[in-house]
Design a binder for this molecule. Sequence first.
Ligand SMILES: C[S@@+](CC[C@H](N)C(=O)[O-])C[C@H]1O[C@@H](n2cnc3c(N)ncnc32)[C@H](O)[C@@H]1O
Length: 209
Amino acid sequence: MALRPNLIVEPILLEIPVEQGRLNFLDIFGNTHPVELEIGSGKGTFLLAAAKADPASNFIGIEWAGAYANFAADRLRRHGMLNCRMVRADANWWIRCHVPDASISALHVYFPDPWPKSRHHKRRLIQPAFLNEVVRILAPGGILRVVTDHAGYFEHIQQVFGGFNGLMPHEFDSPVQTADGLVVGTNFEKKYQAEKRSTHAIAMIKPAI
Ligand SMILES: C[S@@+](CC[C@H](N)C(=O)[O-])C[C@H]1O[C@@H](n2cnc3c(N)ncnc32)[C@H](O)[C@@H]1O
């Protein structure tokens, strides 16, 4: 997948040796600002808008596809978004391995792969084990926001959230300013809006102690 030739991914793309274990975000960003995490950042459209709008927060995007992770890293660099980092990894693994407890102020999951076939449902990101990790990494008062176009996946997400005790339902307030009718303004949302597909948004909060 050649998205752009001559990408420059430094200093945005993070390559963390596995033995480093849980990170200290102060070492990465040089400040103690709140850290937001996006899973499945694609070409980095949401991260770019969010990081531009909120320079007093730090952002990390985790993207499995190397070509997209590199594209997003180069794009964020070109825009001078030094409060952003990209990681090329499986989010479930990377979070377990590298994200400290109670360190994330917001977790964004926009248009996760729906895995529509029944035999593939186990590959869906939103599962009870994933929510255990979400509760572990969110700071008290931290929020999880999810948007999907897929009605079946949305039903599954509602069921998983409904059966889980560590998070409370919260109003979905759009985290960035978007064009008319868009909720988060990602590439997939724009594509689905053009196809007149409806989207479903849901948020959960980790109660403040
Ligand atoms: C449907 S696309 C949505 C991209 C972007 N969020 C958007 O709305 O335009 C899903 C993205 O999630 C990435 N992805 C899927 N599973 C992942 C995982 N376990 N960890 C990190 N990224 C993942 C895919 O590579 C893909 O880029």
